[in-house]
Design a protein around this ligand. Structure first.
Ligand SMILES: C=C(O[C@H]1C=CC=C(C(=O)O)[C@@H]1O)C(=O)O
Length: 360
């Protein structure tokens, strides 16, 4: 066994990631295990690769990797990986058969009922409901191939493969910046609303529901930035492509008064109503209690944080968790009081295609 699989077998902590329009990076922490933090505020002043769950818990800790290996570019990454070797650990047919494939339609529909009732009772303005789809990990599955496919196919996305002993292995391709920038130029976005991207033409028939869904994210981001003493410049919404989907996106650019407090700003922004709901704290609690499963790192965020250099943090969407015999894919969508279940289910199916397309 060589390469990425060998690193995982040896339980090394590493990530390979590619920011859009940049070279891929491999970082690895071999000296000591990645350390976990208790709160987003603790990221203040820190530098490293963050892997943050939707909700921090003992089973899904907030991780910060501080690498001792840092390699840029496919050529050097591949040459490093080709030297990683360990004993073969073949997956038996039995392992693959042990994967209980599930689309979770029944649990989704149950959760949908409770989410929609609460929206209709006006307890919430918006709630994001998500689910998993479990696929068997066939013997032909290759992490290298899946990562390579994602980089090729999704040029505008942040693509990554992440592994630590504490979190397991995750792979994703996300279109949503949570916070990025350096020096005096920082950015975030409000991304929401979904339509299929067909025949190389960006759609423009946005429904009132999609427009409202995204506007709620815009208002939230503006409020949170203002509360942090930031006066952002706003542009949009524009229609943008993400794989075979299109979304509405507004961009916020700003100067950061206190770069030493990136963790505190992240605590204000995360989770945005693109993945959680409004009002925020109540929606956060409601999702944890009523969604019917644990999101773990899906709809958390990840990326490089550096108050004295460049930061690139993305929301962990369009991702999957890679187990011994199963792949668990995640997707969700924003609900308003008049959302319809079949349409919302179909939207999650379309979002799942982002990962399905790279494992075929
Ligand atoms: C929650 C997800 O997408 C978010 C980002 C863009 C559009 C969304 C939507 O239309 O609901 C979601 O807010 C997901 O991909 O799982």
């Amino acid at each position: 066994m060589i390469g990425i699989e060998a690193l995982i077998k040896q339980n090394k902590s590493f990530v390979i990631y590619r920011v859009p329009e940049e070279e891929p990076v491999l970082i690895l922490q071999s000296a000591s295990p990645s350390f976990s933090l208790n709160e987003l505020d603790e990221l203040d002043g820190k530098r490293g690769f963050v892997f943050a769950p939707f909700w921090i818990s003992d089973s899904s800790p907030l991780m910060l990797m501080q690498p001792d290996v840092f390699i840029k570019g496919w050529k050097d990454i591949n040459s490093y990986l080709s030297k990683e070797e360990c004993a073969e650990d073949t997956l038996s047919e039995e392992d693959t058969e042990n994967c209980p494939q599930a689309d979770n339609y029944d649990s989704y529909s149950q959760a949908f009922s409770s989410f929609i009732s609460s929206l209709r009772e006006k307890r919430f303005e918006k709630l994001v409901l998500s689910r998993t789809s479990v696929q068997p990990k066939n013997s032909s599955f290759s992490l290298e191939k899946a990562l390579f496919n994602a980089c090729e196919r999704y040029a505008d996305a942040f693509v990554y493969l992440y592994h630590t002993p504490q979190t397991g292995t995750w792979l994703g391709s996300t279109p949503e910046i949570l916070l990025s920038g350096k020096d005096e130029q920082w950015n975030t976005v409000a991304l929401a609303g979904t339509l299929p991207f067909h025949r190389a033409v960006l759609p423009n028939a946005w429904s009132d529901k999609n427009i409202r869904e995204q506007q709620l994210v815009v208002d939230y981001v503006r409020n949170q930035l203002t509360a942090f003493g930031i006066t952002p410049e706003e542009k949009g919404p524009f229609t943008v492509r993400a794989g075979e989907l299109a979304h509405l996106k507004s961009e916020f650019s700003f100067a950061l008064p206190e770069k030493g407090r990136l963790g505190s700003l992240l605590g204000l922004l995360h989770p945005t109503p693109a993945v959680c709901g409004l009002p925020k704290e109540e929606a956060y609690r409601f999702i944890l209690e009523n969604e019917g499963y644990n999101r773990r790192y899906y709809s958390g965020f990840l990326g490089w944080i550096n108050p004295d250099g460049k930061t690139d943090l993305y929301v962990n969407l369009r991702c999957m968790e890679i187990g011994a015999s199963c792949l668990t894919l995640y997707a969700g969508g924003g609900l308003l009081s008049h959302s319809e279940m079949e349409l919302e289910w179909k939207e999650t199916e379309a979002k799942l295609q982002t990962m399905l397309a790279i494992i075929k």
